[in-house]
Design a protein around this ligand. Structure first.
Ligand code: NAP
Length: 298
């Protein structure tokens, strides 16, 4: 019997954990599509992923996760190329620690909120019919272990974009990741009678290439060098991405939060409470209009 190849789209696949996950998934036989906003960086990564995985079935998809137009265009390109999407990993994220002032996306939304929370939902919506065509589709969102240090954090329903408070990049980032955890629980519940699973990964402290942020101060570089002594490699963290994307042990597992040891963990009490989840989804709907489910109901 001919095995049907599985396809995974991973956003931000040109760098860090996303690139390592792309290598691992290609190695185990996935067709991998890396979503990248910058084609030059994407082409360099593509060559490296092909070389390291010794596989050729890897492609680039240009996508800017902070732009609705770009996401819709990329989704259409994907639909012209493939008939089903087995795994969607929302790995791309904006965490520009050098930023002092809020920046707006082309859609006029604060970019951390746009890239890390709104973009992934627009993308899931627009490729849901491809995921539905998979025998067992998987949607994987990415959060952060740093949330453990902010157990009382909530999504500011009145000011998610830091329009009336001073921007703190870490606060904006953690707020967006918290919203993704809550979206994961909500979507898993909506899709519970389908074959599609939705899970979130709590990424731990992973070595980052600090040279990716040329504007970072010397002091921050020093802090990062200390932090990186306690970090795991992107390659090791990517193993959890690969596990969640491919393991048959979790075919039926949905609405869970996984750590870097592939174990389920809990998120903050706030994030698990239904009324808070509903409030965050209501806020999110103001940005995305509607959320597409597998039966096209919203
Ligand atoms: N590293 C850690 O310690 C850590 C801890 C907790 C959570 N995480 C999470 O783990 C994931 C991977 O992080 P990483 O450490 O591998 O970071 P990374 O190396 O900085 O990778 C981030 C990726 O996101 C892409 N990206 C950013 N904005 C984008 C946009 N608007 N559209 C499309 N792509 C965009 C970047 O593309 P460019 O190359 O074009 O910038 C890059 O490919 C992220 O979700 C992050 O929040 C990381």
């Amino acid at each position: 019997m001919k095995m049907i190849k599985k396809t995974c789209l991973i956003t931000g696949g040109n760098s860090g954990i996303g690139k390592q996950a792309a290598i691992q998934l290609a190695q185990i036989g996935f067709q991998v599509i890396i979503g990248v906003r910058n084609l030059k960086r994407g082409e360099n990564a593509l060559a490296e992923i092909k070389e390291k995985s010794e596989k050729n079935d890897i492609e680039l998809l240009q996508i800017d996760m902070s732009s609705k137009k770009s996401i819709l265009k990329a989704s259409q390109e994907l639909k012209n190329k493939i008939e089903k999407l087995d795994v969607l990993i929302h790995n791309a994220a904006d965490f520009d620690i050098a930023r002092k002032q809020p920046e707006k996306s082309v859609d006029g939304i604060e970019t951390i909120w746009a890239t890390n929370h709104i973009g992934p939902i627009i993308l899931t919506n627009s490729v849901m019919d491809l995921i539905k065509n998979s025998e067992q589709g998987r949607i994987i969102t990415i959060a952060s272990q740093g949330l453990v240090m902010h157990p009382k954090l909530s999504v500011d329903l009145k000011d998610p974009e830091f329009e009336n408070r001073k921007l703190s990049v870490p606060n904006a980032y953690y707020q967006s990741k918290l919203a993704q955890v809550m979206y994961t629980y909500w979507l898993a519940e909506q899709l519970k009678d389908t074959a599609i699973t939705v899970n979130c990964i709590r990424v731990t402290n992973v070595k980052v290439d600090i040279n990716r942020y040329p504007d970072v101060s010397g002091f921050m570089r020093f802090l990062y060098s200390i932090k990186s002594r306690f970090s795991i490699s992107a390659e090791d963290m990517a193993k959890t991405y690969t596990y969640l994307a491919s393991s048959s042990d979790i075919n039926l597992v949905t609405g869970k939060y996984f750590n870097e040891k592939n174990k389920t963990v809990t998120s903050s009490p706030y994030s698990m409470k239904k009324e808070n989840i509903d409030a965050v989804i209501k806020l999110t709907l103001r940005y995305v209009g509607q959320i597409t489910l597998a039966n096209n109901a919203s």
